[in-house]
Write a protein of this length. Sequence first.
Length: 560
Amino acid sequence: MSFVITGGTLPAEESTFSGKNELVDMGLDLLTPASTIIAYTEMLLDYANTHPDCQDFIPDLDRMLFAGDQLSNLITQLFSNKDTQGKIDLEALTSAARHDLRTPINAIIGYGEMLLEDLDATEDHPEARRDLKKIVASAQRLLNLINDLFRLKKSDSSPQKKPEPSLSEKESPPAEAVRTVPTIGQQPAPSSKNTAQFIGSLEDKVDSANQSASLLVVDDKETNRDVFKRRLDKKGYHVETAENGLQAIEMICAKNFDLVLLDIIMPEMDGFQVLDILKKDTKLKDIPVIMTSALDEIEGVVRCIEMGAEDYLQKPVDQVILNAKISATLDRKRLRDKEREYTKQLQEEQQKSENLLLNILPKPIADRLKEDESKIIADYFPDVTVLFSDLVGFTEMSMDISAQELVKKLNQIFLAFDNLTEKYGLEKIKTIGDAYMLVGGVPTERADHVEAVALMGIEMLQEIQRLNKENNNEFQIRVGIHTGPVVAGVIGKNKFIYDLWGDTVNTASRMESQGLANHVQVSESTYQRIKDKFIFEPRGDLNIKGKGKMATYLLIKRKI
């Protein structure tokens, strides 16, 4: 069934829309407050033109008069088309029509309240203040009537649900009343007794907390943008505006905004589309967005929140509610920013700790230790290659230079060796004085560990020559390599280390200590594994301490 309205005789100030099938002259009922707005605005314009100190009010009054004329025309058009029985179908009051009606009302209330604030600050022109209050009250009443009509339309489409009492059924507010009970997306204003104290304390808090906040207002209506900007400018915010969704996206990408006030109903790209783009962009998704709309459908509110909007405001926006919601949103943003900053700092500190741990332990061993600190880590590796190196005559040389110079030279050499270790994917075990120890095939097994360690040994000699030439030094180095089984594990509790044990380690150490300066000496087991890939010079059998006679070889270079 389609619900219709026919002509009636109820005066505008007494009309009610309390239930289904009640017939009233809606056109007259809506036009009466619209005509009141136009009449009082014209009188205020005459007043401002005859009072020099009110000249600054004329531009805003002109905007209010234009909005009043626009509102009157919209109402007339909406209720001009009737059938042969003189009935008007409520289905004509679509969301678009209600949005168009509310837009000029927003402008009238917004500019009216700002002019009242200016007049209240001077306490002059009581007649002008009284007329302005009548204009704002009429606009609020007109807004209530539109809300009542929408509820009547919804109750018609849902007959099983008892309609809620309309605002117009209740006692009408006095002409001086400026604020009304807000609808969806708003909160009740404080009682008149405590209003001044409440507003004052809240605004002081808002002002002190948000002086430097940068806001973007997005709305296709110039009056809406202007009202929002001027209201927020007074609160100390830095406010910029965009007249459509595309311009808003471009501005947000180019500049950091602390908050976006985004209108829902806009041509080409509506607020939902803009919000979707922002929340899907990894760089923009954390910018808080408060949606604004002249409509109050609960479905739209729910959709906004589900898409990631921070809050919702229905226009015309109550100044106290606007300030409170912006302040709360910025407070939440600051908390999230601090949380992200603390999280980043925590991650950086955690990474530092991780890097320090990896300077002591191989990553696979560090991961195992973090899983269970009480677990004993000890592994047997049947086939690895161990390398030792030692600077020849470094102990004697260290007695002739300062401690700082000694550490500087040694650090320069070992940093070069560390880079080579990383280059060949080997594992540095430790340094002891001027000795350097590494292994291939531990803790991650690899088939080419012998070849990789051999290449490392050759390049260590080349690095020493390069550093000698750059720093005018005469360092010499011995390198020893041996291949065989080892046991590897973590020793200690506080100053723990990852170390190797076994005969292979001892033999590699002997290959170095009984080698030749500026040469790489390898054992028989290492030689047999890579003799087809590298050129060697046999050194013969040496009497190796603790091992007896062993065949040894000098590694020359890799075969081409």
